[in-house]
Design a protein around this ligand. Sequence first.
Ligand SMILES: [Zn+2]
Length: 441
Amino acid sequence: MSPPALSPELWSHIFDYCAVPNEENKQLRQLTLAILLRVNSHFFSIAASVLYRDCTIQDLGAFLLGSNGSRQSPKSTALNNLTDLELIREGKSKLALLRHVRRFTIIPYSLGLKGFSVAIDEQQSSYHQVKNTLVQLADVETSITPRLEGMSIGPHVFSDSPETDRIHSRFFSEIHHIRRKLMETCKPKYWCERSPLHGYCFEPIQSDFINHELNALPETVNIHTRLDGTFPLVWGTKNMISIRGERDIALFKSPNYLSAPMVQTEITDGNAVIDPVIAAGTTPEELDMLPKPVFTEEDLTRNMVYTVIRSMPSWIRRLHCATQDAINARTEIEIYGLEKVMAGPSLDQIDNSSLSPPSPSLFAQTLAPDQVSFTHDDQHKIIAQSMRLKKMQHIIKQELNVSEGGYWRRTGSKAPSLNLFLAVDYPGCQCCGKGKHGSWI
Ligand SMILES: [Zn+2]
């Protein structure tokens, strides 16, 4: 029986109602859509576009299984020209599904009802499967997810038990071995990492840059970090590092977090947040007891300088000057929210006299009058924090031996750009959508 003559757009709209609503950090079973996939080829493409549009995946092994195809393939570049039905006939139905993925979040296994040992074993077995699949995809030249916009790695919420900590830790160990291959195979436009440690991302290699053009790397790498260690930078692309303070993390650990009504907006340390802890009845005194930022300006400056130097690939120095300049020019480093973890002198003690006039936050400049309103004190605080970051940015460049114009003083060649911004200036992650204006809820 053929389906009624509705347009694919209308069917897609109807199928949207068949989807179980997304839950953060949870892989869901979409039974109705899975059944619709099997009705006929017409429904297959429409249901696939709904089912695979925004995937949160715990069992990556099962998710990628079959993406290498079950028969000898035509040249991978030719696969993108085939219709879904032709791909299915080629024995590549998984590729016909994966081509619909636009957003892809990979999360660790949850403790679940089966307990710690089972979660650890199942996770390990899943990544064993992933490695097998990726090896078989070694000769794939084009992306298996050609419509992929954003890929997120890691849990959005922090662990709240030692067992979960260990599962997360094993997860990142597994990811470490496949991260680069995953990026090459899926070719996301934007990348985001939400690791608790943030020491690693993928390393750029020389063949990522052909004729000075970006070949394989994402346009933007977003790292969400607590800054409790160093953080990765990927040379040759745009890096947006956003800092989550202790307060942000405490909100995520609160048992009331998911059920709390979000009713109260406040400005704390320059960060506009909707505060479910307060909304749920937790007293402000309890929030005052949260750990205070512990990093001095000297600590942070040293961390930034070390991170930039450490992240520069050694092969860059062996390239022709023009190529080095081209890659360095593509390297943009934007760090948002250092004020969340910065200890040190009170804002009133900052000596701004040697700096140029205050540059108000981008956020404050672009706020519409009917959005969050700032008191005079808030405005003063934002400008003072902005000045403090500007001063630190100046010192970091001096320590790196980079001129204000953006050139290495020693060689005169182009250096990466480096800018520090307030958390409120963070436009939000293009992959997970979090962190806009410094709010992580
Ligand atoms: Zn993100």
